[in-house]
Design a protein around this ligand. Structure first.
Ligand code: 0L1
Ligand code: MG
Length: 262
């Protein structure tokens, strides 16, 4: 930890205001080159506090940068974790106002809903599957607050991992009897296929991303509570969208998810 509490608060307000005003800013490590992972998660925690003070609720958790496709796209090697808030949730088939976002991108993800709390350390694919009530298809809309999506990992963690909106599908399936590794995903933008993946693109098994998140939270004295909605990270690379675009993602065994940008 390198930053004083007042600087953590100031950077959290800066990034949260950039999100609310859909205004791109330069990455915060330009002004604070020594900012480390602890500083970054402390800024993210402060953003959570600011949003709770404003009356919002935590609606879920997210793992990001969990697939090779995404890591390669962003030139990084380490997954990151963030929070989803109530106002980010958009109904399946819904409209998303592009003017309220900076430069949105969409990624197809498998989401887990827990029936029991998950507390690390030591969580693994088996413990996640045992604690899962059901899985659903989902699409995350990421919108980095940094100009041109140009950032380093501490900057993106501080920016709540670019969390912006999410859409969950309506087909809930128990994990028993489903092989999430071979589950196929096809993303269409305006009727054209733009990305393909299988569940195993996410760390070999999407539940591995949830285990990693539970273990990372444990290092900060937190757990994933019963009932938590957890997005396991984009199986495909992220696809840029703008007003006028329609996205439709088919998930084998899990139905489809769609949205329109207006
Ligand atoms: O959810 C994600 O994989 C995104 C993590 C942050 C990096 C980005 O904005 O692409
Ligand atoms: Mg994501």
């Amino acid at each position: 930890m390198t930053l004083q509490p007042a600087v953590i608060r100031q950077l959290a307000e800066h990034l949260e205001s950039a999100e609310r005003n859909a205004r791109a800013v330069t990455k915060i490590t330009d002004a604070h080159p020594g900012l480390d992972w602890d500083d970054a998660y402390a800024i993210q925690d402060m953003i959570r506090r600011i949003k709770l003070e404003r009356g919002h609720k935590v609606a879920g958790y997210k793992a990001g940068l969990t697939s090779r496709a995404k890591m390669k796209q962003m030139g990084v090697e380490t997954p990151v974790f963030g929070l989803l808030f109530d106002y980010m949730s958009v109904g399946d088939g819904g409209e998303i106002k592009a003017a309220g976002l900076i430069h949105p991108k969409v990624e197809a993800e498998i989401a887990f809903v827990l029936k029991r709390p998950l507390r690390g350390p030591g969580c693994h694919v088996g413990s996640v599957l045992a604690a899962t009530d059901f899985v659903v298809s989902a699409v995350e809309i990421i919108d980095s607050r940094y100009e041109n999506f140009r950032f380093d990992l501490p900057s993106v963690v501080a920016d709540n991992t670019s969390a912006s909106r999410f859409v969950a599908g309506g087909v809930a399936r128990e994990v028993m009897g489903l092989d999430l590794r071979t589950l196929g995903i096809v993303m269409e933008k305006n009727g054209e296929i733009v990305a393909l993946a299988a569940g195993a693109a996410v760390l070999g098994h999407p539940a591995a991303a949830v285990a990693m998140l539970a273990n990372a939270l444990a290092a900060r004295g937190e757990e994933l509570p019963a009932g938590a909605f957890v997005m396991s990270g984009g199986a495909t690379e992220a696809v840029a969208v703008a007003a006028g675009d329609s996205i439709h993602v088919r998930f084998q065994d899990l139905g489809s998810v769609s949205m329109r940008f207006v």
